[in-house]
Structures are given as C-alpha cells and as structure tokens.
Design a protein around this ligand. Sequence first.
Ligand code: GRF
Length: 201
Amino acid sequence: MTKKIVVLISGNGSNLQAIMDAIEAKKINNAEIALVVSNKESAYGLERARKKGIPTLIKLLKPYKDSGRTRIDYDIDLADEIVGRVGQQPDLQVLAGFMHILSKEYLQKFTANVINLHPALPGCFDGAQAIERAFDAFTRGLISETGVMVHKVIPQVDRGEPIVQRHVPIYESDTLADLESRIHAVEHELLVEGTIRMLNN
Ligand code: GRF
C-alpha cells in the first residue's frame, strides 16, 4: 500500500519541495503526499503543491479566536479534517516550517508519528527564530557551531526524540544570510532522510 504523508507548512515550502522532489526521484519510495496543510493563506508552498496536483487544506486560527473558540478547538477540528480529507489515518505527518504549536489533543488523534524540522541542535534554541538566535549567540562567542534536527513531535516544543541531526558550522566571515542558506540546504537533506527513516520503521 502506498503510504500517505501529510505535510504541514506556513511559508515558502522549500522543505515541502524537497520531499516532493525526493518522491519524484524515488528516493522516498512507496509513499505519496496525500495532503498539504497550511495555516497561512499566503504560503507559497500551497502553490508548489497545486502545481503537482497535490490536494491542499488551508485552516486559519483567526476565525476560532474571533468567535471565542480556543486553539484546542482548532487543533481538534484540524485533526478531524485531515483524517477526513485523506480518508484514513496518515502514515506520517511532516511539519515543514509549520509555525503553529500542536497540542496534545491534536497528537492524541493520530496513531502514526508527527515529525518536525527544527533548524538547531536538540535542546538548543527551541521555538521560532532559531537560526537568528544561533547567529546572535555565535557573534557573542557563546557557541561555535549550530545544526539542524528532525524529531518526533510531542507537546513540548522542539523537545521530542531526535530522529536525525547534523551539525552546521558557522564561520567568522558569515552573514546571517550565509548561515541561513547553509542551514536550509542541510534542512532539505535532513527532512528527506528523517521522512525515509520514519516510513521505514
Ligand atoms: C525552515 O527554516 C524551518 O526550519 C523553519 O521555517 C523554515 C521553513 O522553510 N521553521 P520552508 O517554508 O520549508 O521553505
């Protein structure tokens, strides 16, 4: 059976693109992206999915907040909509730059793993702006390198069991842009590797 992957995004979708390319290149076998979910209407990753004929789901948090409903209400509805649209429990969910913290109520709705890409090493720079914060720490002499990891998602942000990780050097001559592009290149490889590992489990 072809395994069903759901990819959740909020922005450019270059990591989504890396997974799509890996499937096309048969680096990821016996799997398809069944649905791309975004919490931002403007996410360019939605366009990337549409070009490939991959179904998309946009789900905004704002209408929930505007109507006095909670993030948990949103998470529960999102989980139900994903299973409804895919027609089954996903075999894997991949958070590829998904800028929304998923609750335990969301995670409890699923049997298979949810994995997340975090542009830092385990235990470092949890949360948003990780690359910028690592660059700032480097310029202060607090760290000599940073990294990227793919981990299993648990309710505690960026603290789930690492599946794969890689150190990324920072050089004195680096600008933030230099570090970002070095990290993004590693992300694209690592997210594909993490996806393959989880699908092969
Ligand atoms: C990546 O750096 C990811 O780690 C971070 O946001 C960026 C997403 O990039 N959370 P993209 O949308 O996959 O291009």
